[in-house]
Design a protein around this ligand. Sequence first.
Ligand SMILES: Nc1nc2c(ncn2[C@@H]2O[C@H](COP(=O)(O)OP(=O)(O)O)[C@@H](O)[C@H]2O)c(=O)[nH]1
Ligand SMILES: [Mg+2]
Length: 398
Amino acid sequence: MKIDRTPDVSQSFHPGDSINQYLLQKEPRAKVAVTHDSLWIDMLRIGLLDLADFSLEKRLQEVLMDNYRVIVEDGAVYLQKGALPGSSEHDLRVPQKTLSVDPPPSYEVRRTCTPNVLIVGETGVGKSSVINLIAGEKLADVSSSATGCTLEATTYDVVLTDRNGQGHHVRLFDTVGLKEPSLSKNDYLVAIEKANVLINQLLRTGGIRLIIFCIRGGRITSVTQSNYHLFRDILCHNQVPVAFVITGMENEQPMEGWWSRNAALFERSNLSCTSHACVTATPGLRNVYAKQYQASQITIRSMLLDHMSRTSWKPERAGWFIHLAGKLLKWVTKLKDRKRHLPGRSRALTVDELARHLEDKCNFTLEEAVGLAGKIWAKRTEHSETDLVKEGDDLDFH
Ligand SMILES: Nc1nc2c(ncn2[C@@H]2O[C@H](COP(=O)(O)OP(=O)(O)O)[C@@H](O)[C@H]2O)c(=O)[nH]1
Ligand SMILES: [Mg+2]
């Protein structure tokens, strides 16, 4: 679990205390309120709340009312997982915040207004370096080794200043992509767990404004294409603008020259974008690329600022999760078919196993998990044009 924001309070506090206070206010007849630590830890884990939310009374109340039942038994009051009767089936509701919460703490205002930008691409293409380039400081860990699970995201808040000196808050999601064009059963299960957290987080904070798809100047591989398909079509339903950021441009002069030579190759691979930037995302050893780095910072920041006046895309929660988990399921089946004859391959995923995983790891009730698993499973037999992940030859850039 990653906690990347701390609450705007100076005194010590315990999330369980905030929940107990709410329970005792709601049920004055109760003599004692009981909250197990696993309850609030799960709320953080699945992205229903940030740690700071536990000190925001109204915010906490909304999420508790929408997602838990209050039970009173023998003078004790406690919470039980499960939406209230009357709420829509399987829809673990995350309330939409408005700016009218009174008085709005600065943290809350900033969070709801801040556009979310997904930084995606294969491991090693320079996503974390691009985040540091945008921020102008070292926020994300840059590494030469592959880390993280597909759809796991870490957020970074940055402020960009426009030409008129006005500051714009942007939230960058450093999002792990696919490492291969297919998923193993276990990778799939972890990916949908991460997808659940990501979706909760994105819905809570206004949806998605822009996808920055990072590519290393080298070649378009089948993994590049699968990742493009995953983020643009499967996660964002082709409703979010995609900006390509090509890293590793330190030896190009001008860096933009690379794009003129290679734009046609993207078209041939059906990879389209609404804007692009050719950058050097590392200052290099002893700052040898300092000039290219500075120029890249100006280019990429202005590309982001261009999206500040646009709107974010925000779909309905349950449908979003079912679509994503269902489409990804097809990629697991592919791998299973391909490895049918390999010794020691793991047993194929079953719908019951999927339901158990949704209950255990994604915090759905048993009833919700069974319903969701059925709907996700049904997607396996639905076909659409965009289901095809092209696995042709890799295409080399010039
Ligand atoms: N030469 C060069 N190296 C880069 C560039 N961008 C990133 N790198 C290096 O590529 C490696 C992976 O970068 P990282 O940002 O961790 O990639 P991520 O896995 O996508 O987050 C690191 O060693 C970076 O220093 C670039 O524009 N040029
Ligand atoms: Mg990284």
